[in-house]
Design a protein around this ligand. Structure first.
Ligand code: ATP
Ligand code: MG
Ligand code: MG
Length: 412
């Protein structure tokens, strides 16, 4: 980190994750320069005049961002990595105040290697499977988008199976559940033209997620992987709608296994930062890795209020800048629920829920509303509510019922 003054982290992407990163950076005097479209949610939360307007997939814009940044990081994995690799190897040219030029090489965390690997969900999981660390994943196969290829998959995996886009997917938008041959045509219509792979259906009883802070020295030697508590994530139509900490009805030993597995997974990657490990919990108590995100994650939003000493956003700042991170991450509360506010059928469908969050004062449950100032569109993540309590997750869930009912109502 530069001596004195405010370090500048150049961030590729300026959505809600970048916005919450900025909210964590503001009191620490850390400057975030954002590359995204004008008035992106993150740019509204912080502006010291260094933002770059453009796309995080545009090499020229990424170079421009690099010239104003001491470090580079991401809030989204779907960025252009060729240019990041080139910046690491060759740097970018910057002008000194005296008019001369110099080569500037901002460290990139997490590494472009990690980002590139994670971008391709099939290769990502092959990497974990072959890492020698005993990381279980669902059986998977690359597949062409034609009926004959899908029939081959069905013979190997049976029905249902999940057809997935290898790249560019989020909130389940690249997924198609294939229940029978009758679905082939619709699956090809939905995902045809993309590079695809198929996954054997994971008959999970629950989904869990663990955030991990990964630190390493400037030579790339792993220092530590520190796991947050395991949480339960609930997805509806492949999109995360709610998160429970601790997971409901999951033995402590399983939560501990999830944390251990998550640290194993993240130890196979490169660079510093925070990572999410999404997992399936199967009937017999075993775990399977679904995918990894190389950045703050929806399942970690609860840490803003539940682990304020080191929220996932503060953790990304500390990891990137190589500032200290705690050896253990213990929540300040005994239970937390995070509810996503997803856009409903009409632009005002979520207003009742927002109003309830604004107007609730409850001695036994704290309510924290986060709106991202994004236009409402059906199923778009436009905000979230975190509820924290000092009793069990079951008690908190009972108290949160009016909130959960409204979340369900918006999705109807
Ligand atoms: P994200 O927004 O988390 O990046 P994504 O678009 O990358 O989502 P996945 O995480 O691959 O999508 O899948 C989304 C959800 O679909 C999972 O959380 C799970 O609920 C379901 N799902 C995915 N793969 C499988 C599988 N093999 N078997 C059963 N369900 C699955
Ligand atoms: Mg994903
Ligand atoms: Mg996912």
């Amino acid at each position: 980190m530069p001596e004195g003054g405010n370090p500048v982290i150049g961030l590729l992407g300026g959505g809600q994750l970048g916005r919450m990163l900025c909210e964590a950076a503001n009191p620490l005097g850390i400057d975030v320069a954002i590359l995204d479209e004008e008035k992106a949610p993150a740019k509204q939360a912080h502006d010291t005049g260094r933002h770059v307007t453009g796309s995080f997939k545009d090499p020229d814009c990424i170079r421009k961002l690099a010239t104003v940044s001491d470090y580079l990081s991401v809030e989204i994995e779907h960025v252009e990595t060729e240019v990041l690799e080139d910046i690491e190897r060759n740097g970018v040219q910057v002008k000194r105040p005296d008019g001369s030029t110099a080569i500037h090489r901002p460290p990139i965390h997490p590494s472009w290697r990690t980002i590139r690997l994670i971008q391709d969900k099939y290769l990502q999981k092959e990497h974990f499977r072959t890492s020698g660390k005993g990381i279980p994943i669902a059986d998977q196969l690359p597949v062409a988008s034609d009926s004959a290829s899908l029939r081959d998959v069905a013979e190997k995996f049976g029905f249902p199976f999940m057809l997935k886009a290898r790249k560019g997917s989020y909130d389940g938008r690249g997924n198609f559940k294939v229940n029978s041959e009758a679905d082939f045509e619709a699956a090809i219509k939905a995902l045809g033209g993309l590079s695809l792979y198929a996954e054997k259906w994971a008959p999970f009883v629950k989904e869990l997620a663990v955030m991990v802070i990964r630190t390493e020295d400037d030579k790339g030697n792993l220092r530590n992987c520190v796991a947050y508590p395991a949480v339960e994530t609930v997805h509806e139509d492949s999109i995360c709608t709610r998160v429970f900490m601790p997971p409901r009805d999951v033995p402590e030993a399983v939560c501990e296994s999830a944390r251990n597995l998550a640290t194993q997974v993240i130890s196979t990657l490169w660079g510093r930062g925070v990572f999410a490990v999404e997992m399936f919990l199967l009937e017999d108590g075993s775990l399977m890795v679904n995918e990894v995100a190389p950045r703050p994650h929806n399942s970690g939003h609860y840490t803003i209020e539940a682990v304020p000493q080191m929220s996932q956003f503060k953790a990304q700042l500390h990891a990137v800048l190589d500032l200290p991170v705690p050896a253990t991450l213990t929540p300040r509360v005994s239970s937390a629920i995070m509810l996503n506010i997803l856009g409903g059928a009409t632009p005002s469908a979520h207003h009742k829920l927002v109003q309830l969050a604004r107007s609730t004062l409850d001695d036994s449950m704290d309510v924290y509303l986060h709106l991202y100032n994004k236009a409402s569109k059906p199923s778009r993540k436009i905000g979230h509510i975190t509820l924290t309590g000092s009793s069990t997750i079951q008690d908190l869930q009972a108290k949160a019922k009016p909130f959960i009912d409204l979340v369900d109502e918006i999705r109807l």
